[in-house]
Design a protein around this ligand. Sequence first.
Ligand code: BTN
Length: 200
Amino acid sequence: MELDIIHLKEIDSTNKYCYKLGKEGKRNLIVVSDVQTGGVGRLERKWYSDFGGLYFSILLDLKEFKNKCKNENIGKLNFLGSLSTIETLKYYSKDFGAYGIKFPNDVIVNVDNKDKKLSGILSEININYGFLVLGIGINVNNKINDEIKDIATSLKELEGREFDRFEILNRFIDNFKNNYFLNDDEVLKKYKKHSKTIGK
Ligand code: BTN
């Protein structure tokens, strides 16, 4: 699977932009933006998107998914997002046991006995047009807004150094491509291994 990358300096939301491109017939794209002026989270929450974080959306073709991953459940794509994200982030961590997935798709880290959110995923599907947008936000070097500093953290805060966002993105893409071809059971097994909430 080839994924072309579109790099923007600023956009309201990479999910919204991908959704628009999806309706125009585009597929197999990643849109990444340095800043989002209207980043959205699940349950219509706001996603703080200041410079230094990694904000991107993947535009996937559902027909292609059905062809390549026969008999697989579309819901798998959701799990692929958080699975590939945690595999990527654990690679950079000194204390990867503290990192985990909180159902359905949050990556959380236990800091001084408190879970803080490091990454979130918003997936949006359009069945009629046959595409799915998987939007991923990772707090990398961005300063955590005061309003959420008790419940959120960044990779920089956790690991005490700055990270190259595009190195992280490329590692994510490699993990995502590998996981894409796993079957439902294999994805679920890997997901559960990282989960802090399922089967615990
Ligand atoms: C959540 O945990 O509530 C989901 C957060 C998803 C944020 C990402 S950042 C890239 C993409 N564009 C958006 O507007 N939202 C997602």
